[in-house]
Design a protein around this ligand. Structure first.
Ligand SMILES: Cc1cc2nc3c(=O)[nH]c(=O)nc-3n(C[C@H](O)[C@H](O)[C@H](O)COP(=O)(O)OP(=O)(O)OC[C@H]3O[C@@H](n4cnc5c(N)ncnc54)[C@H](O)[C@@H]3O)c2cc1C
Length: 381
């Protein structure tokens, strides 16, 4: 029997393994490897932050994949041996016929001096739980959310978190005592989406009395201040950071990566330079066709890429010519609080520039976001 090894049990890895197993059944052994025993749904972190979700409600053990006859190995992946078609983990040597790299990105808080001591990572499950505890106890003060560097995944997520924090303190009746400040290296919110979307987000931040500092170069975090370039010092009581993103060391050490450590792939079939090795999701170096920027990194794209790769591997395994192509299209919904959300459509391969829209906050978009969360957590893992 042929074996497909899927490295990473996040969004891309879960989708690729599920689709492939569904098509191939007994004819393909599908194995997922991840260092973490549990999957946490990141799309709900903004809700977890403000206590609208419990940690348990957005987590699932990856052993649940066995219900679909997918093998799950919880282990650290330490070396990829392409020459001999095998992967070394801390405890195993795993052979493969097809390999899918879905290892996402890691967070390197140590790149920002003081981050580990004085800030919490907005993108890390355990830290989001801590942020929730801190804001429950806060009765007045200043919260500073900063984005350490570019690129960072899910570009709307930090703004979404600010809107949720605003709603949280308004509901508690103490918004007039809590200042909210956001610092980003971006020239404007969501710059790939163009000036119209940027202005719309800026307007909404202003309406909600959230201060925005753009083109911020984060130098350090101190006990009571965020230090930016040009001698700018932002005082605060709670510091929430989007930590610098970095691809896992195990892929950085291969010849598959670009100068920034992301895996180079053919953007329509996600194949790396090696014919039986694919990469999907945040770890890839997919670029926009018209700007020198990486394409936005988000779960919806990892999801579609996982489907394309799974279907094409199934074709190859059956001796057929793979025919599925990734289109760079998707949708994204941003919570804005008070039971509303903003819906975005994205086509990032569009020319002459990426096509990204952002609708006004609405109840229907909120319900769609909640429905998608439930669907993901109940149907995929
Ligand atoms: C706060 C927040 C909100 C978001 N909201 C949305 C949203 O609303 N919509 C959306 O589309 N996207 C959203 N995203 C982005 C989305 O979560 C990511 O783009 C998506 O998870 C990427 O999927 P992936 O499979 O590439 O990587 P991941 O889901 O990150 O999975 C990678 C896996 O690889 C494992 N791994 C890495 N290295 C090793 C190793 N050496 N050994 C073993 N295991 C390893 C990790 O443990 C991890 O489980 C959000 C992200 C955050 C942080």
């Amino acid at each position: 029997m042929q074996r497909t090894l899927i490295l990473g049990g996040g969004i891309g890895g879960i989708v690729a393994s599920t689709v492939l197993k569904k098509i191939m059944g007994q004819d393909m052994q599908v194995t997922v490897v991840d260092r973490k025993p549990d999957y946490h749904y990141p799309g709900a972190y903004p809700l977890l932050m403000v206590g609208e979700r419990s940690p348990e409600s957005i987590s699932r053990p990856l052993t649940r994949l066995s219900r679909k006859n997918i093998e799950f190995i919880c282990d650290e992946i330490i070396r990829l041996d392409f020459e001999n078609n095998r992967v070394f983990t801390a405890k195993h040597i795993l052979p493969y016929d097809y390999l899918v790299i879905a290892l996402g990105v890691e967070y390197r808080t140590e790149f920002v001096p003081g981050f580990d001591d004085y800030a919490l990572n907005a993108y890390e499950f355990e830290d989001v739980i801590k942020i929730n505890r801190r804001i429950q106890d806060l009765n007045s003060g200043r919260i500073v959310l900063f984005i350490s560097s570019l690129p960072f995944k899910c570009p709307p997520a930090p703004y979404e978190m600010m809107f949720m924090l605003d709603a949280f303190f308004r509901k508690r009746g103490i918004r007039n005592k809590v200042e909210l400040v956001m610092a980003t290296p971006e020239p404007s919110p969501e710059p790939l989406a163009g000036p119209k979307v940027g202005q719309s987000v800026r307007r909404m931040l202003a309406e909600r009395n959230i201060e925005l500092i753009t083109e911020a170069k984060v130098l350090a975090v101190e006990k009571d201040a965020l230090i930016l370039g040009h001698g700018m010092v932002i005082k605060g009581d709670i510091f929430i950071g989007v930590a610098p993103h970095w691809t896992p060391r195990v892929v950085r050490s291969t010849m598959l990566v670009d100068g920034n450590g992301f895996v180079k792939v053919n953007p329509s079939i996600l194949e790396t330079g090696l014919s039986n090795v694919y990469a999907i999701g945040d770890v890839t170096a997919i670029k926009l066709p018209v700007m020198e920027a990486y394409a936005p990194k988000a779960g919806i794209f990892a999801h579609y890429q996982g489907e394309v790769v799974a279907r094409n591997i199934a074709y190859l395994a059956k001796g057929l010519t793979p025919k599925f192509r990734y289109a760079g299209k998707g949708a994204c919904i941003m919570h804005t609080g008070f039971g509303r959300a903003r819906y975005s459509t994205v086509h990032y391969f569009a020319k002459p520039k990426p096509f990204i829209t952002l609708l006004r906050p609405s109840r229907i978009s909120y319900l769609a976001k909640i429905a998608f969360e439930k669907f993901w957590l109940n149907c995929w893992v």
